[in-house]
Design a protein around this ligand. Structure first.
Ligand code: HEM
Length: 463
């Protein structure tokens, strides 16, 4: 009996303590002028619900508090904005103090010169250097031939194999970028570079606690390996005086008007590898999934690519004009990005107290510009849950004011065309050479930015 009384007493004490803590945390953030919303537990906030429920959490909070609400997620007081017009306002007003607000672990591991960590003139300089490196001329003359050559060999031996498409598209995104960065050295360094890069990626998505055996610690160590490897590459290139036609060659070359320090060059290379990795690999994998599920779309896509192949000898590469002519392919990639929501949203933070949407947002708060819902708006995309690439041809492929898959404003994705060229070339060789069927693995896996089947496997054979 005494035991039961003690258990009940502990239980009730815990309940009262929990209610008191939750209440205290709400009162603590009940400043005048903040939008409605809940702040959850001290320190942890509502992170568990956010990670567990994903988009469901956002929908639920929106139904309670509207499209602009406060929360506490991933260690920061956060405003979530789900209103399309407000989202656009936030994205174009970096100069008013709405700068990127990515987690500390990401900034630490990607380096202090990486694009997301720099603002104002430093951002302009780094972005200018990147845009020069991946301009349409560079894609046409230098990058596309490398992408073409890489995709051919990456896809050459899939016949009669069961392929884990997630694994293969991840390798593809990394190795294709590496080839564009350092064409001569890529094959000799890729085997030691790739596992370090994967550790670096995991580290950026972890809590910034630098203890042995944590992902953050491993990611940080991986960054050190990668920077020393890249430093060596830069020095060797400079010393050789050779004029290699790749990104590294352009960066150290005399004719490049953006003179970067070695540290800036290394952080820019890491940024290129990192930014195109998850986005390009997941879009490619999801395109394979949707094409498998929609034979009519696959037939139309194959028609577009077979027509290009018919004009060429088997060994002829894809040229820039071929890539530009792939209208249906572009529509397939846009529709894949929309339906799979490759990017749920982007993060900003306030550098001073400011008024947004009639509310007062304190300095240092994070703003989650949540763009996912727009993708399923039936007014913009009739029958929004259907995979229908033709809708993009009807609407016109570009100038989609509300389509924020590549972000918007001053930080709009500079790698859009490069990413599209990579995915299009992958699809070209994949659909012209192979047919395939799924053999398993479609459990959903949640990343902070994307949602994808885990370990999707396909059985591949030639036509
Ligand atoms: C399907 C492929 C891709 C998608 C969906 C995508 C999406 C995005 C989005 C939404 C942003 C905005 C981030 C923000 O506002 O904070 C962004 C920025 C960026 N992307 Fe991409 N991206 C893709 C491919 C690439 C590739 C291949 C590169 C390689 C160069 C790249 C490099 C970058 C960089 C450097 C930024 C930051 C720009 C800045 O802060 O000024 N992206 N991307």
């Amino acid at each position: 009996m005494a035991g039961l009384v003690i258990i009940l007493a502990v239980f009730w004490s815990l309940c009262i303590l929990s209610i008191a803590l939750l209440r205290w945390n709400e009162v603590r953030y009940r400043k005048k002028g903040l939008p409605p919303g809940t702040m959850g537990w001290p320190v942890f906030g509502e992170t568990t619900e956010f990670l567990k429920q994903g988009p469901g959490f956002m929908k639920n909070q929106r139904s309670r508090f509207g499209s602009f609400f406060k929360s506490h997620i991933l260690g920061c007081p956060t405003i979530v904005s789900m209103d399309p017009e407000l989202n656009r306002y936030i994205l174009v007003n970096e100069a008013k103090g709405l700068v990127p607000g990515y987690p500390q672990s990401m900034l630490d591991i990607l380096g202090k010169c990486n694009i997301a960590a720099v603002h104002g003139s430093a951002h302009k300089h780094m972005r200018g250097a990147l845009l020069a490196l991946i301009s349409p001329t560079m894609i046409k003359d230098q990058l596309l031939p490398k992408i073409d050559d890489f995709m051919r060999s990456h896809l050459s031996d899939w016949n009669n194999k069961i392929v884990d498409i997630q694994e293969k598209t991840k390798e593809m995104a990394f190795l294709s970028s590496l080839r564009q960065i350092a064409s001569k050295e890529a094959s000799s360094i890729s085997q030691s570079f790739m596992p370090e890069f994967f550790k670096l990626v995991l580290g950026t998505l972890s809590l910034p606690i630098n203890l042995p055996n944590t992902n953050y610690h491993r990611g940080f160590q991986a960054r050190q390996h990668i920077t020393s490897l890249l430093r060596k590459l830069v020095e060797e290139r400079r010393a050789s005086g050779e004029n290699q036609e790749d990104m590294l060659g352009f960066l150290v070359g005399e004719e490049n008007k953006y003179k970067l320090s070695d540290e800036e060059m290394i952080d820019l290379i890491i940024t290129i590898l990192y930014s195109g990795y998850e986005t390009v690999s997941t879009t490619s994998m999801m395109a394979v999934k949707y094409l498998h599920d929609h034979p009519k779309v696959l037939e139309e896509l194959r028609k577009e690519h077979m027509a290009i192949r018919d004009r060429k000898k088997p060994e002829d590469p894809i040229h820039y004009n071929d890539y530009k002519s792939m209208r249906f392919t572009r529509a397939v990639i846009y529709e894949t990005s929309r339906l799979a929501t490759i990017v749920n949203g982007v993060l900003r933070k306030t550098t001073r107290d400011m008024e947004i949407n009639g509310y007062l947002i304190p300095k240092g708060w994070r703003i989650y510009v949540y763009t996912r819902e727009v993708n399923y708006d039936p007014c913009l995309y009739p029958d929004p849950l259907t995979f229908n690439p033709w809708r993009w041809l009807d609407k016109g492929l570009e100038n989609q004011h509300h389509f924020l898959i590549f972000g918007g404003g001053t930080r709009q994705c500079p790698g859009k065309e490069l990413g599209l060229a990579e995915i299009s070339t992958f699809l070209h060789y994949f659909v012209t050479k192979y047919k395939w069927e799924e053999v398993g693995g479609d459990k959903l896996m949640k990343f902070p930015r994307v949602e994808a089947p885990n370990g999707l496997r396909i059985r591949v054979s030639t036509h």
